[in-house]
Design a protein around this ligand. Structure first.
Ligand code: ZN
Length: 130
């Protein structure tokens, strides 16, 4: 699975977004060490604070399937056609599962930007007993 292929998976996942309020759809695709892909899209709510970002939907799906220790990368894309970067909550959510997880974003599949999550979230929070 190349970065481009993962980004295309994120683009495809965007169609499942539930975004009646913002009309801003986001798709995400997580790659695991076994080569499996878990996808997600944003799910908004009339109570805005209950909204879930695409990244957390995809990561939750992967973790629930047993992939808490082998998340390799997450690709993200948005309906705006601009490169989209994870919000602060999603950066912390991702960091929980590994400081080296790669975040892949970009305006198009030909212009990808790639960052380790530790670069997007320096000094991410960890409980000492984990
Ligand atoms: Zn987010």
């Amino acid at each position: 699975m190349t970065d481009r292929e993962l980004f295309i998976q994120a683009q495809d996942a965007m169609q499942y977004a539930y975004a009646p309020y913002s009309r801003y759809s986001v798709g995400a695709a997580v790659l695991t060490g076994t080569g499996e892909i878990f996808r997600g899209a944003n799910i908004e709510n009339a109570s805005y604070g209950a909204t879930l970002c695409a990244e957390r939907v995809a990561i939750s799906s992967a973790v629930f399937a047993g992939h808490k220790d082998d998340l390799i990368a997450i690709a993200i894309c948005a309906s705006s056609g601009e490169a989209v970067y994870p919000c602060g909550i999603c950066r912390q959510f991702l960091f929980e599962f590994g400081a080296d997880i790669r975040v892949i974003t970009g305006k198009t599949v030909e212009a990808l930007e790639i960052f380790p999550i530790s670069e997007l979230l320096p000094n991410g929070f960890r409980l000492e007993n984990k």
